[in-house]
Design a protein around this ligand. Structure first.
Ligand SMILES: [Zn+2]
Length: 414
């Protein structure tokens, strides 16, 4: 079960994961944090060292590189994001490798109360004998998405060292700020120059994802009438009460993230700020279908209008703006990238699995902007928390899968 790529993948993930590259949604710069340049510059250097061409770190924080084709074929993009999630401590990551996992509980050196077990993470039950990488207990690991970076770097090194392997031109992009939804800058599709692409940012072996949510963001502003409370009778309009009414009127029992799954959409209130004179409510709207998303927007507007009608002296505005769209709308017109990935999976004796993602990926935006970009498995599990783990051998399967896929793309197999 051990492959020629195991040690390289392990070495790369351990090195990359130890570099803090957390993104920050409250920052307005691009990339959102300067520390992301630490890993971006390292990757720029390493790509040059392994002989990649056109290596470039753009001013919007993306490392681009080319692996020249050895035969004719479409130009395929390979993408992974270098940032780690803002939701959990990502500073001082100490990756450690458990060689030949015995199937039992895994404890953590820096937090004795944590246990990773097949009960907590059922996928782990199938990984006996694998080499498992985790963090030390106080941080996330950041296999999301440094596993993707490691897989692409290993595949690139292998192709550059073996020019006899037939493949078309490959474009590599390591992007910042995926975790805060800002990974795809306006110039990226053109600078990438790929006919189609893949993000290596998925989970279980065999997963090929080409359906994501369609997403809108909403901001409601409630302006009341402010006056000294001592003289407020029949004059004050308290924005806090109106904001509460809006929240109370929205369908909490049927349409929030905590009560929906599968292909159901939701309206999720993410933030409420302000005071008696003015309140702001931020919400995200999600649905797999355009119609369902539009209905949720309409519902939100109706609730605002109904609360407005109870208090004409207040002003309630509801702004809804598009975030990203289900990549299926574009991919179903030309399923070539998905079919190639499925064929590559089968060629390696695995069953491809496609489940709609209850979220978005960099590929959602890229697809919308003209570069069809499904998302492929890396093996990462329990992401964004201290129990994050990955199997080195799963990463090796993903690397073989990547190489097989590039070979099939050049052959024009469908
Ligand atoms: Zn990710």
């Amino acid at each position: 079960m051990h492959t020629k790529f195991d040690r390289e993948l392990e070495d790369r993930l351990v090195r990359y994961a130890a570099i803090d590259s957390q993104s920050d949604e409250d920052s307005s710069t691009s990339p959102s944090t300067d520390i992301q340049f630490d890993i971006l510059r390292l990757l720029e250097t390493e790509l040059t060292e392994i002989g990649a061409q056109d290596v470039q770190l753009t001013d919007y924080g993306v490392v681009l590189a080319t692996i020249p084709g050895t035969v004719d074929g479409p130009t395929v993009g390979l993408l992974a994001h270098v940032d780690t999630a803002p939701q959990f401590n990502a500073t001082g990551v100490k990756p450690r490798v458990i060689r030949g996992y015995n199937g039992g509980d895994i404890s953590f050196p820096d937090d004795a109360s944590l246990v990773l077990s097949p009960q907590v993470s059922p996928y782990l039950a199938g990984k006996q004998g694998h080499d498992i990488i985790t963090a030390s207990g106080t941080t996330l690991l950041g296999a999301d998405d440094k596993a993707g970076v490691s897989i692409i770097m290993t595949a690139a090194r292998h192709l550059l060292e073996n020019p006899d392997i037939p493949h078309g031109p490959v474009r590599i992009a390591f992007t910042p700020d995926e975790e805060i939804g800002r990974g795809v800058s306006q110039p990226l599709p053109k600078d990438l120059g790929a006919d189609f692409a893949y993000t290596f940012d998925g989970g279980k072996v065999g997963e090929i994802e080409y359906e994501t949510f369609s997403a809108d963001g909403a901001e409601i502003t409630i302006t009341g009438v402010s006056i000294h409370p001592g003289f407020a009778k029949d004059k004050m309009v308290n924005a806090i009460h109106l904001a509460s009414k809006i929240i109370q009127t929205l369908p909490q029992a049927t349409m929030t993230p905590e009560v929906t799954d599968g292909v159901e959409g939701f309206i999720h209130a993410t933030e409420m700020t302000g005071g008696s004179s003015e309140m702001k409510i931020k919400l995200i709207l999600r649905d797999f279908e355009r119609e369902g998303l539009a209905e949720k927007g309409e519902l939100l507007r109706q609730v605002c209008a109904a609360v407005q009608a109870t208090e004409p002296r207040a002003t309630i505005t509801c702004n809804i703006r598009p975030q990203y769209r289900n990549m299926r709308y574009w991919l179903e017109n030309d399923m070539t990238p998905v079919d190639l990935a499925r064929d590559a999976c089968r060629e390696l004796g695995m069953d491809p699995v496609s489940v709609p993602i209850r979220g978005g990926t960099d590929g959602s935006r890229l697809t919308e902007m003209g570069v069809p970009t499904p998302n492929l498995f890396t093996g990462m599990q329990n992401i964004h928390g201290p129990l994050e783990w990955i199997s080195v051998q799963d990463m090796a399967v993903a690397t073989e899968f990547c190489l097989t896929l590039l070979g099939l793309a050049a052959k024009g197999n469908k």
